[in-house]
Design a protein around this ligand. Structure first.
Ligand code: FES
Length: 113
């Protein structure tokens, strides 16, 4: 169906992540935070705030965003971009859900959507 080549890596199941929470996956020298929203959407961002590298996985998930626990920057879960007046972006990775199994593709990070 889709000819686009992806390198999907299975990293667990939806049930492994609490709603409005996150779970970290360490890979390729990087920590990726995988977030689950209140409506069971899943997103993956490098676990590094674009401000001063705060652990986004420990932030508060709300409205398609995560609020960094260090200085409250709000980061889009979809794009990794800082919201509002703040400027910066963390890497965001494609996520696929299949029968509650979560796959991420670390070879493609989202830039501007
Ligand atoms: S490190 Fe995230 S807001 Fe400062």
């Amino acid at each position: 169906m889709n000819a686009e080549i992806r390198n999907w890596i299975q990293i667990g199941s939806l049930e492994d992540i609490p709603r409005q929470g996150a779970r970290c996956v360490k890979t390729r020298g990087m920590t990726v935070a995988v977030f689950r929203t209140a409506t069971d959407d899943v997103f993956a961002l490098e676990d590094k705030c674009p401000h001063k590298k705060g652990p986004l996985s420990q932030g508060i998930v709300h409205d398609g965003c995560v609020t960094c626990p260090l200085h409250n920057w709000v980061i889009s879960l979809e794009t990794g971009a800082a919201q509002g007046a703040d400027d910066g972006r963390t890497l965001a990775f494609p996520v696929r859900l299949e029968d509650s199994r979560i796959y991420i593709d670390l070879s493609h990070s989202h830039e501007a959507v």
